[in-house]
Design a protein around this ligand. Sequence first.
Ligand SMILES: Cc1cc2nc3c(=O)[nH]c(=O)nc-3n(C[C@H](O)[C@H](O)[C@H](O)COP(=O)(O)OP(=O)(O)OC[C@H]3O[C@@H](n4cnc5c(N)ncnc54)[C@H](O)[C@@H]3O)c2cc1C
Length: 281
Amino acid sequence: MVAAPTTLQEALELLSKQPCTIVAGATDQYVRLRNREGVKPNLGEHVLYLSAIAELASCKQIGDTLEIGATATLTDLLKHPELPEVLRQAIRQIGGPGIRNIATLAGNIANASPAADGVCALVALRASVELRSLSSKRTMSVSDFILGVRKTALCADELIVKILVPIETWTFGRFVKVGGRKADAISKVSLSVLARTDQGIVSDLRIAFGASSPRIASDRSFEEGLVGTPLEALDEQRILSHYASLLSPIDDQRSDKQYRLDVAMNLLRTAIRDIREDTHA
Ligand SMILES: Cc1cc2nc3c(=O)[nH]c(=O)nc-3n(C[C@H](O)[C@H](O)[C@H](O)COP(=O)(O)OP(=O)(O)OC[C@H]3O[C@@H](n4cnc5c(N)ncnc54)[C@H](O)[C@@H]3O)c2cc1C
């Protein structure tokens, strides 16, 4: 049975009665649960289709937070003027227009793929998810929500209802991915970098790698240790060595681990040099 509730309350009531296969745009679910050719995907007995819930489709600024509803499509998000640039660059590189017209950011997060481009940007932005069940509401960072490959902290009776993205001013923001081709390709490696500098001094720096370890790789305490460093004194070699030791890329059908590591370090080296150059421009 496929249920397509039009309100969040209805969806949470259904979910409280039995576990369901949750579907939004279905762009990951249809691939994950695909069947042999000519046979419908095996979505299970109870399917909960979320994309008819209009109250979750908005994307709005509330104070200094951008609240992204769980059924807002990636195409809709690209229309929002306050969407942080690093997230805009990541979303623009997810699939092609047909995928972005139906796929959601909540689906990108809950799918818990190490190669999820939206998640790479959201981790750098220190975004959170709001989770709701019929009887509870909790918020946790996207980074804590994803426990490993295809593993999340979501309980069977919960839904992601919102993604909360801090709106901040950055002097440098970049999402870059390397795939098998320029568009419509899953990342072999991805990198999000955000920097804020004030008179040549780093006041914030964020680095997050995708497709290079089981979860998006970032290190908040290392980032915080760089705050207050003059740009000229940023020790490129120390930063590269630190992140090289943090990553654990794998060999798979898309790439091999040495290539992934080499490319990841090249992307980071270029970003550090560009942060310096942009500031001096
Ligand atoms: C051709 C193609 C190209 C692609 N290219 C890329 C790419 O370049 N980069 C990339 O990152 N991804 C890519 N993807 C993967 C996919 O499109 C994205 O991850 C997309 O954001 C998933 O969103 P969705 O709404 O379709 O999720 P769905 O497939 O509906 O769901 C994905 C997962 O999230 C869960 N879920 C969805 N919504 C909720 C919710 N509100 N609460 C709790 N759980 C929820 C589902 O149960 C499921 O486990 C591609 C997929 C295809 C088919």
